[in-house]
Design a protein around this ligand. Structure first.
Ligand code: 5GP
Length: 177
């Protein structure tokens, strides 16, 4: 099948990274139960694959957030569209994100979840854009550091499309139309 854009990370590379992240998480939470909090919509594929690479007991929950701003830039003002279904006090929580760009969304989420007093709170993100976080974010489990280009695929969209691509790619102008 023909690929779209310039492929940055292949399906195989994603599978290797997710497997490595799953092993790290399984080792770190050995003997504990974990609550994975997926951030919709972008993290749905990372969440599905990462959860299957973890071998300690996990529960799932999801939040949906939207960041005000234009299509490709985050404003830092975050609106919660869907909150967690469960209480997280005294739970070990790992937030699962697709990509960390400015870091403003995760910074907001960390503050919002910390006040609910989880036993621990960490971040797993498949992609971290290098050197452009406006706020330093400690991403304990990370797949790839990538250049600060706008990427799509493996959960990430442009105008709602491309989330189903099994790889991560940089769209060319022809693809955007
Ligand atoms: P941040 O708040 O870290 O700037 O951005 C977080 C959110 O912006 C991500 O969860 C994602 O939804 C969106 N985002 C940031 N960079 C990209 C990108 O390169 N491609 C896509 N499709 N979304 C992005």
């Amino acid at each position: 099948m023909e690929t779209i854009g310039d492929v940055l990370i292949t399906e195989g590379q994603i599978a290797d990274a997710v497997s490595r992240m799953g092993k790290q998480i399984s080792a770190d939470y050995d003997g504990k139960e974990l609550l994975l909090v997926g951030i919709l919509k972008g993290a749905f594929l990372t969440m599905a694959d990462l959860a299957r690479a973890i071998n300690v007991p996990v529960e799932f929950d999801f939040m949906a957030v939207s960041s005000y701003g234009d299509a490709t830039k985050s404003s830092g003002v975050v609106r919660i569209l869907k909150d967690l279904d469960q209480e997280i006090s005294n739970r070990h929580v790992v937030i699962v994100e697709d990509i960390v760009d400015t870091g403003l969304t995760l910074n907001y989420l960390l503050e919002n979840l910390r006040v609910r007093q989880p036993a621990s709170l960490e971040i797993a993100a498949l992609l971290v854009k290098e050197g452009i976080q406006q706020i330093p974010i400690d991403v304990k489990y990370r797949g790839f550091d990538i250049p600060p280009d706008f990427v799509v695929g493996y959960g990430l969209d442009y105008a709602g499309l491309y989330r189903n691509l099994p790889y991560v790619t940089v769209l060319g102008e022809d693809d955007i139309g």
